[in-house]
Ligand binder design. Sequence first.
Ligand SMILES: C[S@@+](CC[C@H](N)C(=O)[O-])C[C@H]1O[C@@H](n2cnc3c(N)ncnc32)[C@H](O)[C@@H]1O
Length: 142
Amino acid sequence: MNKFIVRSIISFENFLKKPIFRYSRVSTHFRDLFSYRDTEKSLKLGMSFLNVNRIKGDYAEFGVYDGGSFIPAYHFSKLLKLDSMKFYAFDSFEGLPEPSFVDKEFNWTRGEFGCSLNKFKSILRKSNVNEEPNRSKLRGIK
Ligand SMILES: C[S@@+](CC[C@H](N)C(=O)[O-])C[C@H]1O[C@@H](n2cnc3c(N)ncnc32)[C@H](O)[C@@H]1O
């Protein structure tokens, strides 16, 4: 019985973390206060600004890695009814290049933050980021 309760709590917790709930209308106000990362807060604020001021435009991200910003950007655009916004993802899909110049000061290594195009697409599918003709388009360019 205890195992059943623990398993149910874990699967409920996992559901709460899924993008479909995390960026839903119900959860978004609470998360602003408690659990959105700074990136998510900034993206939501930016999309709200576009919505309130009726500014049309597309979203292009250069260096998407595993979609940590791309996914919330997509969901916030939908939440805020920016329906004509198209989404473009640019990356080498090979991770960081050999650090040079000022980047040598950090401990980054070649290949760090590597996420292949196939893996990136699979993460998007699992995060309910879909290609929708006439609404949002995804472009992965290597
Ligand atoms: C730190 S991660 C990006 C994190 C992401 N913007 C986020 O908010 O979750 C850096 C990304 O930039 C890509 N990248 C770095 N240098 C690049 C280059 N010269 N050309 C193309 N992609 C590059 C890497 O492959 C990696 O996916």
